[in-house]
Write a protein that binds this ligand. Sequence first.
Ligand code: KG4
Ligand code: ZN
Length: 356
Amino acid sequence: MPTVLALETSCDETAVAVVRDRHVLSNVVSSQITIHQQYGGVVPEVASRQHLETMNWAIAQALQDSGLQWSGIDGVAATCAPGLVGALLVGLTAAKTLAMVHQKPFLGMHHLEGHIYASYLSEPDLQPPFLCLLVSGGHTSLIYVKDCGQYETLGATRDDAAGEAFDKVARLMQLGYPGGPVIDRLAQDGNPNAFALPEGQISLPGGGYHPYDSSFSGLKTAMLRLVQTLQKDTNVLPVADLSASFQAAVAKALTKRAIACALDYGLSTITIGGGVAANSGLRQHLQQAAAAKNLRVLFPPLKFCTDNAAMIACAAADHLSRGHVSLLTLGVQSRMELSDVMQLYGDVTQLYGDRP
Ligand code: KG4
Ligand code: ZN
């Protein structure tokens, strides 16, 4: 498979990586979290500026760490959707420039396809079809992975994404940003059964509930009410018990839907991607439930679960090996369905003539 250098700047990580044959040759991730923490969340304009400042260093470092020269790189890729448009533009423009200067094919990438490909980095022999539970700050989806570029979303959140719910609940308990890792840490010392919380089911018009869709806004409101009531009664919030109960509610809801979906579609492997895949409660719940049903679950290492460019390079290499290349006129998009991913590519010979 080709060797690809990829850039990822869809949110608050400036990341550059080189991947060959699903093996990571270099993986540079410069997180902006400490800068955004003072604002309680990601400030898009600040993120774009920070990407600009860090990008040149990150590219040079990733190339150096890979031990390769530009002659050893077969293609340059960058995330172009979905994400913060200003932030995406920095990475996409840099990748197009590198592709032009070094005369390499250029590929615009879908961020969520990258999260799916994180599983191939830890399991290079993984073969579709499989089910991917994608849980990040902006997305909560169950994706039927049929082949490279062929995806069907079978389940999704109707409101907040799982990571967003972690961040909002952490904020209402004044635990800081990002909320997921803090809640995960506090939950280790808490009782997951301390508080009864709603599951967030989606009613169907004909009765019953949607088997794969989820909702986290009811859970978030229940947490808000609980915190307000507890604050009236006590000076010190039982944050460990609250965190453990909330985390267990999210983990149970996601696990139930993922298992049902895999069984209904006859998929024996579930992979997991996105920042919330780092959650220890979710890992434990899903692992146990899957084992009970003889399903295989693949969790990529934590460094590939949160935003990184290695997962983008891995996906790009697969596309490039099939002759998929993007036009240099490709733009960024804040939103884009995963099922539309093939709109990003044309045939290599149509786009570049005889040039590889
Ligand atoms: O995939 P990601 O790095 O960026 C997006 O594409 O959104 O995911 C970030 C999200 C944040 O909401 C963060 O709170 C959550 O992942 N997260 C976690 C954990 N680590 C990160 N959520 C729960 N438990 C964790 N250990
Ligand atoms: Zn992400």
